[in-house]
Design a protein around this ligand. Structure first.
Ligand SMILES: Nc1ncnc2c1ncn2[C@@H]1O[C@H](COP(=O)(O)OP(=O)(O)OP(=O)(O)O)[C@@H](O)[C@H]1O
Ligand SMILES: [Mg+2]
Length: 240
């Protein structure tokens, strides 16, 4: 079981939205993910009041970052076997995340929205990870950049070019990949994922984005062979 950790030191970087899309997409593809959230002080859990969620959720306010262990323990107690754990963090210095991301099943996802400030912040986080890598003798988790809201024509090499021009150093120590395709630009006024009756719902565009994201993440994770066509596609065909 892999643990996908949405991280980053800048607020409002699309971690929560992307993590929910990934959970929904994995569910669409027939997996049984759990979406776990480390909730910042004074904030409600993002999925706390939404009904009919298609995947399991868990959250904690504990500041000690023991969430992954807690989720693993809770799932083994209730007999649930989750295919993937998706962990959504608030904005945190990347070193805090690295302090607990020591398991080889963990992958760090750094969402990167379009914009100079966003790129700068992601580069800052990557440099911090590279610094940790150079002084740590243990294995560091794989790091995946997740473009959010960038033109769909861009390929992984284009992102590396953009980042290199702004100072990215390709260190052999760090396994850095681009998740491609990333998450498309979605209507920012419609990212609550709930209908009038408070039930979890995705628009057609969000559902498509969720499935593409899940497929891209599974490919990056070496799980491409386990991807099957979502049932909803057949349902869609039948109803036409
Ligand atoms: N795919 C997207 N397309 C367009 N806008 C997006 C997308 N994803 C996120 N956003 C915008 O970014 C904002 C922040 O997203 P989100 O809450 O997921 O970020 P976050 O990193 O979890 O923030 P926080 O620091 O509050 O935890 C959203 O309110 C929305 O305006
Ligand atoms: Mg968030």
């Amino acid at each position: 079981m892999s643990v996908f950790i949405f991280a980053g030191s800048k607020g409002g970087s699309a971690r929560t939205v992307s993590s929910i899309l990934l959970a929904a997409g994995l569910r669409e593809l027939g997996f049984s993910p759990v979406h776990a959230q480390l909730v910042a002080e004074g904030m409600p859990p993002s999925l706390g009041r939404i009904d009919e969620l298609p995947f399991a959720v868990s959250y904690t306010r504990s500041g000690d970052l023991k969430l992954v262990e807690a989720v693993l323990e809770a799932s083994s107690h209730c007999g649930a076997s989750h295919s993937h754990i998706i962990l959504d963090n608030p904005a945190l210095p990347i070193r805090k995340v690295l302090a607990y991301a020591t398991d080889t099943r963990m992958r760090i996802l750094l969402p990167m929205r379009d914009g100079l400030q966003e790129i700068g912040r992601v580069l800052h986080d990557v440099h911090e990870i590279q610094e940790e890598a150079s002084v740590s003798d243990g294995l560091l988790p794989k790091v995946w950049l997740l473009p959010v809201g960038w033109p769909s024509s861009l390929k992984p090499k284009d992102y590396f070019d953009i980042l290199s021009r702004r100072g990215l150093k390709r260190e052999p120590l760090l396994a850095l990949s681009i998740i491609h395709p990333g998450v498309p630009y979605l209507d920012p006024l419609d990212l609550e994922f709930r209908d009038d009756e408070n039930r979890f719902t995705l628009t057609e565009q969000q559902q498509d984005a969720a499935i593409r994201l899940a497929e891209a993440v599974l490919r990056a994770n070496g799980e491409a062979a386990s991807i099957r066509t979502p049932d909803s596609w057949f349902t869609g065909l039948k109803s036409e």
